[in-house]
Write a protein that binds this ligand. Structure first.
Ligand code: ADP
Ligand code: ZN
Length: 673
């Protein structure tokens, strides 16, 4: 072999930490960064993507040539290649396994040319309305910036953010470029797609997880070949390369569903910002309740803030009332009631009136996961970790445990605050509510919407269609559907137990509650003015009082002050190590060793000495799942770079991990279960 021979680093689709070096395929003299290739890997053939040429070739190594270049796949533009490398690096994930997610599942041409039903192009084009003052101010300010900039639109629901997006996209499309619009999966309804399609007939592509492989492939190519100008999608649409990009828009930027919890644990908002930076284009984030991360970036001037306070169309707001369940508890101690303890007479009567009028009602339970939280029914007291300010959860009915730092205490027989009632587990689920409702309202037409009932997009669309056509009239659900509450005959919404939201063993519990309460309490514009009741044992909780006052700024300020003290995001960065093992002892041992490794690194390296807190190991809130014991370790750090370096070092060897035990790291975790 000649001296001038050049090798190439290739990110191979396999669970390998590093890229591999190959010679070019026979008869090919040079390859470009971003080219798709096939390579030999052991005895099999694997797909890969070319990163760059390398001359750092170990002379003792017999390099293998690649098998061929894959010309059926387009060359990935440099900005996307840089972005994929950033993702791999930032989220500590093998690059080769990310690259494959860029491409569609099937080869390009399907047999025959079926007309795609993904986007309804048979729509009557809709003219653009005259913008309100706030809308035009926002559009102009965004269009004034050149190249990369992050814009945050803080606009109450109904302020016309979507109309602003449409206007921005209009300019982008007119200049011959493409736009990407990301929305939470659940918001990607046919109604939304039609709204875009009416404005840009024939120019819309859609990508979400419930399309068939053929549909995904066709939609992907229509964007890559620039037949479609606007791609609307859920978080994974971010991976579809725009060859002529003009703007990225990400609606409901605070939505936790933008974070992927498995495989590559990326946050679509953060990843989209990096992508926009690489592409040198603007990105627009929108929300009525921005995440505190984005909010503080807007406060510091890193993002440009645009505020929209008025609704685009005048609609009356529903009345929102808070019901104090402590009062209900006291009254029922004197006069027992046939109603369950979580249902006040007021809520019961409101339901009865609504249904007998022929209107519709919805009941919500803001439940996530299955962690056992506990509180006093007489005073609403909940136990909090003295170190971490997160709710303690109940284990074996007798211990209260912190899932961050492993602090624990015996659950006392009587509430330590009021000494009136025991601290008991909140064992309320949607099924139980449904059963009670069937008993109390035998004529109601019930529908239940939770993760057990609604498994697919079709389920969700059927649920909405049934409610719309009044085949059902009493909807019981978790927060997953709180968003889609846009029904003309829906006149009553009840939140059964706001406290469930306050008690998530998660530092974002208050923020999430505030977001949900704001959504449910119909600051959101709806067709009719209705009534909203919020039941709680903690009527003075800041999430409730700030929601009622419609005071996002006040809430953000108070919540940020609390987070600052404990180095929680956005002030510190966080990494969560999840450990899963078939044996409890192995899982615990892995956790202890991991903490020990972190301590050793802190002692050895100057950079790690300051600004790092290692918490745990603690049992995860879901301490056992699918036969696996689960532990977690949280690392808080004052810098993202430092945290990244530490996590990499911890995982640089794996010989300390016991058999049948898995250790994974989640950077900027959202789901603490
Ligand atoms: P958001 O995205 O902030 O919730 P939308 O863009 O969906 O708000 O607007 C809320 C409602 O107001 C929609 O029915 C929309 O058609 C209407 N709307 C928005 N902008 C205007 C406008 N400039 N003139 C008239 N109606 C508008
Ligand atoms: Zn703690």
């Amino acid at each position: 072999m000649s001296m001038t021979e050049k090798g190439y680093l290739v990110a191979v689709d396999a669970p390998l930490k590093e890229a591999l070096t190959y010679l070019p395929p026979e008869g090919v003299s040079s390859l470009e960064r971003g080219a798709s290739v096939t390579v030999p890997l052991g005895k099999r053939t694997a797909r890969g993507i070319v990163l760059k040429p390398t001359d750092k070739i170990d002379p003792g190594l017999a390099l293998k040539p690649m098998l061929g270049a894959d010309h059926t796949r387009p060359l990935l533009p440099p900005a996307y290649m840089d972005w994929l490398e950033w993702l791999a690096n930032y989220y500590v994930h093998p690059l080769g396994q990310i690259v494959e997610t860029v491409f569609p599942p099937l080869p390009k041409e399907g047999r025959g040319s079926r007309k795609s039903k993904v986007v309804n192009d048979d729509v009557t084009p809709a003219p653009a309305p005259h913008l309100t003052v706030e809308q035009s101010r926002t559009v102009e300010a965004i269009q004034k910036t050149e190249g990369f900039a992050v814009h945050l639109i803080h606009g109450v629901t109904g302020s016309g953010k979507t109309e602003v997006y449409l206007r921005l996209l209009d300019s982008v499309v007119k200049s011959g470029k493409q736009g990407l619009v990301l929305v939470p999966e659940i918001a990607l309804t046919p109604q939304l797609i039609d709204r875009f399609s009416r404005r840009f007939p024939g120019s819309i592509a859609v990508l979400h997880s419930h399309l068939t492989e053929r549909e995904k492939t066709d939609q992907w190519w229509s964007v890559v070949e620039q037949k479609k100008k606007i791609l609307i999608g859920a978080r994974s649409a971010l991976f579809c390369p725009l060859m002529n990009p003009g703007i990225i828009i990400l609606d409901e930027e605070h939505e936790p569903s933008y974070k992927q919890d498995e495989k590559l644990k990326y946050h679509a908002r953060d990843a989209a910002i990096i992508l926009a930076r690489n592409l040198n284009i603007p990105i627009v984030l929108g929300s009525a309740t921005p995440s505190l991360e984005s909010w503080s970036n807007a406060q510091s001037g890193k993002y440009q803030l645009h505020t929209m306070r008025e609704r685009a169309q005048a609609k009356s707001l529903p009345d929102v009332e808070v019901i104090d369940l402590r009062e209900v508890y006291r009254q029922r101690k004197e006069t027992p009631s046939d109603l369950p303890h979580w249902l006040s007479d007021t809520m019961f009567e409101a339901l009865e009136q609504t249904l007998s009028r022929g209107d519709q009602a919805a009941l919500f339970l803001n439940r996530r996961g299955m962690a056992q939280t506990a509180q006093c029914q007489a005073c609403g007291y909940k136990a909090e970790c003295p170190n971490c300010s997160v709710a303690l959860t109940l284990h074996a009915s007798s211990y209260l445990v912190c899932h961050y730092c492993d602090y624990s205490e015996r659950a006392s027989e009587l509430c330590p605050e009021c000494k009136e009632a025991p601290i008991s587990a909140i064992g309320l689920g949607t099924e139980k509510i449904e059963a009670e409702m069937a008993r109390l309202f035998p004529n109601a037409r019930l529908a239940r919407a939770d993760r057990d009932e609604i498994q697919s997009r079709d389920d969700l669309e059927k649920l909405i269609a049934d409610f719309e056509s009044e085949r059902t009239n009493l909807l019981i659900g978790t927060q997953m559907i709180a968003k889609g509450l846009d029904f003309p005959k829906l006149n009553f919404v009840g939140l059964i137990l706001a406290d469930l939201g306050f008690h998530f063993p998660d530092f974002r519990a208050s923020e999430r509650s505030f977001q949900l309460l704001t959504q449910v309490s119909g600051r959101a514009g709806r067709q009719t003015s209705g009534r909203v009741l919020i039941q709680t044992y903690n009527p003075n909780h800041p999430s409730i009082s700030y929601t009622l006052a419609g005071d996002y700024l006040g809430f953000a300020e108070q919540e940020l002050n609390e987070r600052r003290e404990l180095l929680y995001p956005p002030f510190g960065r966080m990494a969560l190590f999840r450990i899963q093992s078939a044996q409890a002892e192995s899982g615990n041992l892995a956790g202890k060793r991991l903490v020990h490794r972190a301590k050793i690194l802190q002692n050895r390296f100057e950079v790690f000495k300051e600004g790092i807190q290692v918490l745990g190991p603690a049992p995860a809130p879901l301490a056992k799942l699918r036969g696996k014991f689960r532990y977690q370790i949280i690392i808080k750090c004052d810098s993202a770079q430092k945290l990244n370096a530490l996590c990499r070092q911890i995982l640089s060897t794996t010989d300390w991990i016991p058999k049948a035990t898995k250790v994974q790291v989640d950077i900027d975790p959202f789901q603490m279960m």
